[in-house]
Design a protein around this ligand. Structure first.
Ligand code: UDP
Length: 330
């Protein structure tokens, strides 16, 4: 029996690599693509010996050629943390715009179904809480996050246009904060930052007064949601995330308890346009996919922590974790 063939862009990244694992398990032939700007081969090395996995080192903002049949595409290539947007803003804009155009063109050519990774960032600093798919958002196009937020908004518009104009089978996942093994320790996001600081014996840096909220979803739950959405026939955007909301200050305290560390919390300036609150309304995903997260934060944080505990001292210390503050736009 011929395996179904799936292209996963951003395959060496945090989410991309977990999706590769899942689709391999499901028996697919996985074409993993990444330019390795923010992705790491270490995340997918274990899959490379498999006959059903190929790796292409390619930038999706350049024309993509895939020989033979292709049945599915997951477009997950993108820098995905505020520190990355500030370091590589043009690439961030290009992968969401030129990159999605290439993926959609490929989907049309091959008759493949495509799911694109959109984001809760399309809601910006939301004035509606929790966020439903029907909310149009409050995004600052020219702020530091604008390069990501607007690229993702463009990506949704382009995807819908390919669906309505060319009849391409499209799916749009609006992904809220997700965490788990293989996050980059130095990507500047709260969870790896806090765990890295705890492991190195540094102070825990909470930005602002820490009263801003986020809702963190464990990666396995997210992957299940993506899988179900891809296999569904629903074309409009769908929120995927865990509605269990927490302030960043309480989250920092949870990490201190988890790591059993003696570190103190220090407060630093809040980055520009940092959303004050974020929690997904996932009733749509529940209704159409029968999906909701099943892994509690306590459980998810435990397995994430054991991943970080297994990093070598080299990985722990040699990453440019100290450079984050210089990227903060006040
Ligand atoms: N944050 C923090 N200390 C850090 C890194 C992040 O207090 O060392 C805050 C950040 O300002 C934001 C929240 O944690 O309010 C979540 O940040 P993250 O970058 O993880 O995700 P995003 O802001 O994209 O949701």
């Amino acid at each position: 029996m011929q395996r179904k063939r799936i292209l996963i862009t951003g395959a060496a990244g945090f989410l991309g690599s977990h999706l590769c694992d899942r689709f391999v398990q499901e028996g697919f032939h996985v074409i993993a693509m990444d330019n390795l700007i923010t992705g790491r081969m270490a995340n997918i090395e274990h899959l490379l010996p498999l006959e059903q996995v190929e790796f292409y080192r390619q930038d999706v903002t350049k024309f993509i050629h895939i020989p033979r049949d292709l049945h599915y595409i997951l477009h997950f290539a993108s820098p995905a943390s505020p520190i990355d947007y500030l370091k590589i803003p043009i690439q961030t804009l290009k992968v969401g715009s030129l990159g999605v155009h290439h993926c959609l063109g490929l989907a049309k050519e091959k008759g493949a179904r495509i799911l694109i990774a959109s984001t809760s960032e399309v809601y910006g600093d939301p004035e509606v809480h929790p966020q439903k798919e029907s909310y149009w958002g409050n995004v600052n196009p020219v702020g530091p996050r604008g390069v990501y937020d607007e690229a993702k908004r463009f990506q949704e518009a382009m995807t819908m246009a390919y669906h309505t104009f060319h009849g391409v089978e499209t799916r749009i996942a609006r992904i809220f904060n997700t965490y788990g093994p293989r996050m980059r320790l130095n990507d500047g996001r709260a969870l790896p930052a806090f765990i890295g600081q705890a492991l190195r014996g540094e102070d825990i840096t909470v930005f602002g007064d820490g009263m801003q909220t986020r809702s963190f979803c464990y990666v396995d739950d997210l992957v299940e949601g993506i899988y179900r959405l891809l296999m569904s026939d629903y074309v409009q955007p769908v929120n995927l995330g865990n509605p269990d909301e927490i302030t960043i200050l309480d989250f920092a305290k949870e990490i201190i308890a988890l790591t059993n560390s003696q570190q103190k919390i220090v407060f630093q300036p809040l980055p520009a346009d940092d959303p004050k609150q974020r929690r997904p309304d996932i009733s749509l995903a529940h209704e159409i996919l029968g999906w909701k997260p099943t892994i509690s934060r306590a459980e998810g944080l435990k397995s994430t922590y054991s991943y970080f505990l297994n990093l070598t001292p080299e990985e722990l210390y040699h990453m440019e974790h100290k450079n984050f503050q210089q990227f903060i736009v006040k």
